[in-house]
Design a protein around this ligand. Sequence first.
Ligand SMILES: Nc1ncnc2c1ncn2[C@@H]1O[C@H](COP(=O)(O)OP(=O)(O)OP(=O)(O)O)[C@@H](O)[C@H]1O
Length: 605
Amino acid sequence: MSDRALPTRRAQHRPSPGMLASLALLPLLFVVPLLIGDDFVFHVFITICLYGALATAWNIVGGFAGQLSLGHAIFYGIGAYTAGLLVPLGISPWLGMLGGAALSAMVGVAIGLPCFRLRGPFFALATIAFLQVIRLLALHFTGLTGGAVGLMVPLQTGWEWMIFFERWPSLLIAFGLLALTLGVTAWLRHARFGYYLVATCEREPAAAAAGVDTLRVRLQAVALSAALTSMVGTFHGMYLTFIEPEAMFSLAFSVQIAMFALIGGIGTVMGPLIGTLLVVPLTELARGWLGASALGLHGFVYGTVLVLIVLFVPDGLVGLFRRAPAAGGAEERGETAGSAAPASVPAAPREAGRRRIGEPILVAEHLHKHFGGLAVTQDVSLTLRQGEVLGIIGPNGAGKTTLFNQLSGFLAPASGTVRVRVEGEGFIRPATPHAFARAGVGRTFQIVQPFAAMTVLENIMIGAFHNHPGRAAAREKALETAHAMGLWAQQDMEARSLTIGGLKRLEIARVMAMEPRILLLDEVMAGLNQTDVQRAIRLVEAIRDSGVSVIAIEHVMQAIMALSDRVVVLNSGRVIAEGRPQEVVRDPVVIEAYLGEDFVHAHSA
Ligand SMILES: Nc1ncnc2c1ncn2[C@@H]1O[C@H](COP(=O)(O)OP(=O)(O)OP(=O)(O)O)[C@@H](O)[C@H]1O
């Protein structure tokens, strides 16, 4: 995402060469036809603007939200029909445009609600199914839509009716719609909403853990995209002065819009327009030269270009202009410069060494969870107190992660409750991951979940947005957290290039940027070398000393012994022991179920 949807720290004041070139060339879309003054040229440029706007609007769902919609013609058709049906009633298409946009946004949400549960090809197929249903309904209700015969838009000319004798006003409107969609996408790319969309697209659980209401974000995206698509549909209907279900709700048209974006580069602001700029003139010029003998040629042109793009520039045409990634080796620089050591966790409210364990802050009671016939959590109760570190240990498959999932809203217990104390509200019972995040519960994942295509800083910003909705404030908070977590030197690196130790720290940094009161750590020491384990222990100590209460699942007993105030031992989904670490490791039940005699001998030697 650093090079695609969001800028890196260095890049943010310096747009990419592709972006600059596209912006400089943008006014030419309006000026060139005016200078040439030829009807065909006007038509080609109006078509470019319209398809560019449609592909840009599609990109909000297809690119930023990562949901391959092949049903976007639904919104285009709604826009055209809403205005087309209102004009005979004496209502201006400008009002029809707004009405169509509102209706499309609602239809988008109604379709999105069931479809967003589906992934990959199933989502795409579901959008096609909805498109076909709406097309058939439009063909059936002939009284409303004109059926297969279609509707002629009454030929009233002038700005009020959006129909003109001259070509330039149509070009102006098409250009305006293109500028509007580009403007909305450019805003989105830099706003919290855009970060949330990309995070949701890349790793939904990690986004949810960072407090993102992932379904809501997707629905907002589809509503926005549908409204913009519908506005273009309204104008195109008026421009063609004829609307019919087969053309307005066409699958081929939906695929075409998606293809322009794919060719140019999805998840980028200018990519969809660049794709359109390449393909539409090629097609229109070929049609102009070859005339009727070139019927269906556009399909051949699209197919050829798409195959070439997939083979040679899989990221789309904007990939050609992309700047080289930030200089490699920053991780090593960070390591050797010693800046990777956890500096401090900011704003420690009380002195280390004088910790006082306070009132209960998270209480789980009688949790039960089954997966089919397997009872994974059996009557588990535990209490975390303010300022405490509670260790959870147990053999593989004991149910530790399943318990964590219930303590953070990722799994609903079959029975039992999880309550969290919130300042001024007393104990509440959150139900979803983002509700837990709002209540101040942050968590990491056993298998690290970085947003791989974002920079380290952008990853941390996803957490920082939780309490700092503005981009500048979130960035400030993320920088502060990166420094505290020893990730300062790596802040501009793409997360995917971090070492395992760096990824584990990033996982904690993203949660800490949310400023949680309760931190759930799922095996953050696993796979680390001895030096990194020591660093991680110091980091968790610093977090604890800053006033955050911690529950840590861990197999690294050195860390459990150093950090835990109390330890809960799980085996086969049940709590088999609980107490101070020194007592628990001597418990024969724990030795038999988990630690083994070797551990006892090693520590008594
Ligand atoms: N979604 C699921 N569906 C079916 N079974 C599951 C699911 N998630 C976990 N399990 C099973 O539940 C049991 C407990 O898994 P869990 O991951 O909670 O254990 P754990 O104590 O965290 O193990 P480890 O220390 O290896 O991470 C395992 O037998 C696992 O295979």
